[in-house]
Design a protein around this ligand. Structure first.
Ligand code: 5GP
Ligand code: ZN
Length: 114
């Protein structure tokens, strides 16, 4: 989609530090990391957020979780633990309206989600 930052990153029009990629998903380091490991897992197809997930595109969630597992292994947090978060809409703090999951770890996270 024109003017979408994550579409541009997926097409390599904007540089990023890629940690995993396949034909459906790209995973790259967050530009403002909240923890030592902070990777964004992003489907290559433009979907606004999880509100747009339905019976026709839900297979993508499998691809996203597969990518998340690969990233967690690669970056050494698979055993220590990590959090996988997606923000949906303004109240959740979504700022980039292209579906993405934050994989955050590498330090002890707050025991509560908020
Ligand atoms: P949201 O708030 O929408 O859940 O998360 C958007 C995330 O994208 C933020 O954590 C922000 O730091 C990250 N981000 C925004 N622009 C860029 C960019 O150009 N490159 C990278 N690598 N991350 C970005
Ligand atoms: Zn997009």
């Amino acid at each position: 989609m024109d003017n979408c930052i994550f579409c541009k990153i997926a097409k390599k029009e904007i540089p990023s530090t890629v940690e995993y990629e396949d034909d459906k998903v790209i995973a790259f380091r967050d530009i403002e990391p909240a923890a030592p490991v902070h990777v964004l897992i992003v489907p290559k197809v433009h979907i606004k957020n999880i509100k747009e997930i339905n019976g026709d595109n839900a297979d993508l969630l499998k691809d996203i979780h597969n990518a998340a597992n690969k990233v967690a292994e690669k970056l050494g947090v698979a055993e220590s633990g990590y959090r996988l978060i997606t923000n949906c809409g303004e109240d959740a703090g979504q700022t980039v309206f292209h579906l993405h999951y934050h994989l955050v770890g590498g330090r002890k996270l707050s025991p509560r989600i908020l």
